[in-house]
Design a protein around this ligand. Sequence first.
Ligand code: ADP
Ligand code: ASP
Ligand code: MG
Length: 409
Amino acid sequence: MKITVQKYGGSSVADADRIKNVARRVIKSQQPGEGLVVVVSAMGDTTDELISLSQQINPEPSEREMDQLISTGEQISSALLAMAIEHNGAKAVSLTGNQVGIQTDDSHTKARIFKIDSRKMIEELEGGRIVVVAGFQGINIKKDVTTLGRGGSDTTAVALAAVLNADSCEIYTDVDGVYTADPRVVPDAVKIEKICYDEMLELASLGTKVIQNRAVEFAKKFNVVLHVRSSFNERPGTLVIEEVEGMSMEKVVIRGVSLNQEEAKLTITLVPDKPGIAARIFKNIAENNINVDMIIQNVSAQGFTDVSFTVPRPELAKTSALLEKIAGEIEAGKVNVEEKIAKVSIVGVGMKSHPGVAATMFETLAREKINIMMISTSEIKISCVVRSEDGERAARSLHQAFELDREEE
Ligand code: ADP
Ligand code: ASP
Ligand code: MG
């Protein structure tokens, strides 16, 4: 059976009218004899609201209970969408991650999918029903509910497309596709027609939240073509595909600018400069399941050095408590915390063959009098950490400096 997977994000199902709109679109796209699986996110800001509710009750809830709580948002939207579809005369059934059989590992709040049992979905599809799946969730081996990290419904959709061998995977959202930068921050941003997995993966990992990075990872691994587009109009969106010759991707030096304002920076001062110390710090942090992003170590002076690194802001309290403890053990100095920083990045596979990109980036920021606190590079990206209040201006000036507003002309 030919199968299509569609995913609708939170803003597309934010209220009753929007759910009805999605139901109409879904029914219109249903083809006789073909299967349609629809993955939904929680309505509007439900997930944020549930998180803030939990904070009022217990500032340090267990991650298991957190997952039990935040997974409910998608259960609500999926049931409501199934009802809306049935009200319009088509057949539908909603399923939670557990009912679908999405098995994940144990890491609550950022679990990874390792197995999906497609039998239940196939049965329902063969019965002529549109299968509406609650995104963002699965269960672990202990049958506890897990969630897949913020934005995780994208990953649910791509994983289902892979396991069902779907013909297409459409990600419906509140913008017309993937832009050269967040159109809310950079008004001149341009919609990209086609982007390769590697560039999309970098952008997504660096804070472009139009699609979750794990979803892109999955898509690349299983060769699922993604179509990111709007749920509010019929315009074609952005295709995320394997890089093919003739796509002229190499000609585009910089594909996009990404801004991440959801990280925090920690510095541990007066760290004894001897072998094994960095390993000790970061091993401890990794054992606590905290994802460290950028790291810099200053030049050593009189046998001591400062080490700074960034973590996702929700991990800050946990990391800072841990670092205080480590600092005591290794006889280092103070732990300084900068709660708000911005990381601005430029991404493009064409960077590999074009020298001078880093220089242009640094010159642009210098001209804007924006101080760079940290730098990291890979083959296809350069990231700079700057002060939080400089983030948006940095993104706009880089977008202009690399002439991204002209890219699709
Ligand atoms: P959904 O609820 O549909 O999953 P998200 O809020 O997760 O939607 O992602 C869509 C948002 O991503 C857009 O509203 C936009 O502001 C933001 N965004 C950030 N960077 C980009 C980009 N480069 N292209 C398109 N959208 C972007
Ligand atoms: N509702 C979840 C979130 O807000 C998952 C998603 O929207 O994809 O992160
Ligand atoms: Mg999203």
